[in-house]
Write a protein that binds this ligand. Structure first.
Ligand SMILES: C[S@@+](CC[C@H](N)C(=O)[O-])C[C@H]1O[C@@H](n2cnc3c(N)ncnc32)[C@H](O)[C@@H]1O
Length: 275
């Protein structure tokens, strides 16, 4: 018996040039593609290629809609579509496993339904921003969601490592139609550990049709004022208060090294007699 299949494909952070060859081939070989939302250049491009593109945009506008209900409704619709046609393709911006809930829930649902789930990875907004902000995550980087700060209050993070905070400016709370954004709460949490004059960089997309990135650097206390002008897909970079290597207490490190040299080599001798 043939198993039904659901394919979740990442479509990159925006410009069509960032589509991987694998994603491009898959999309062009599919007649109907589901999108979480239509405001992505790949949606427009794929329609121009004569494909049927369906989006879940209207769900976001429904009264009383919560994120939880929204994502559950999307996942249920995808499972139904895959059962009906034997295969369904769902396109998600960026990497489908970065800042996206639906694939994680789909994994459980597909297991229950004995359906095959394939996730096609892609370039994420993170890859783009590492280059634009000249940040190498190797130096230590905390990647967090701005909404988690307002949701959990005292969200744990350290000022000793940089922060890359996604979903800045989204409505606070459980609904995509909430009136208040998450920036005030985020700024308040950051001010508990960083100085008011700490310089942070806000980076966002101009959205359709151009999908260009814009950025501005401001002092932390002014972040709420600035965030009002960023309409789409905003991320905040907060550098550490000083570079990671400056946290190392070199004087005490050198003292420990000297003490080690003076210590008799008893431990090593004991071990060698045992072997
Ligand atoms: C729901 S997440 C989707 C991320 C996507 N899965 C990815 O891997 O790129 C959307 C968030 O990504 C970030 N983002 C996407 N495109 C961006 C851009 N051009 N500039 C800055 N942040 C961006 C923003 O923080 C935005 O709120």
């Amino acid at each position: 018996m043939k198993t039904d299949e659901l394919i979740v494909v990442g479509i990159g952070p925006g410009p069509v040039k960032y589509l991987t060859q694998e994603a491009r081939d898959l999309l062009l070989a599919t007649e109907r593609v589901y999108f979480r939302f239509s405001g992505h250049p790949v949606y427009t491009w794929l329609r121009e290629q004569g494909k049927e593109c369906l989006s879940f945009d209207s769900l976001y506008m429904q009264d009383g809609m919560t994120y939880e209900r929204l994502f559950l409704t999307i996942d249920q619709a995808l499972i139904r579509a895959a059962k009906k046609s034997g295969r369904a393709v769902y396109a998600l911006p960026g990497n489908p496993y970065v800042f996206e809930l639906t694939p994680k829930w789909l994994k459980l649902m597909c297991e229950q339904e004995r359906m095959k789930l394939r996730i096609v990875p892609a370039m994420s907004f993170l890859d783009e921003l590492y280059v634009e902000l000249e940040v190498d995550p190797e130096a230590g980087l905390q990647i967090l969601n701005a909404s988690s700060f307002s949701y959990y209050g005292d969200y744990p993070f350290t000022e000793k490592l940089g922060l890359l905070i996604g979903q800045v400016g989204l409505p606070q709370g459980k609904s995509p139609r909430g009136k208040k954004d998450n920036v005030q709460a985020l700024t308040k949490c950051l001010l508990a550990k960083f100085p008011r004059s700490h310089r942070v960089t806000l980076i966002w997309s101009t959205g359709m049709p151009d999908y260009q990135n814009r950025r501005v650097t401001v002092v932390l206390k002014d972040l709420p004022k600035q965030a009002r002008f960023t309409k789409h897909l905003a991320t905040l970079y907060v550098p550490p208060v000083k570079p990671p290597w400056e946290w190392v207490d070199n004087a005490s490190h050198a003292a420990k090294q000297r003490a080690k040299k003076k210590r008799p080599k008893r431990a090593r001798a004991t071990r060698s007699t045992r072997t």
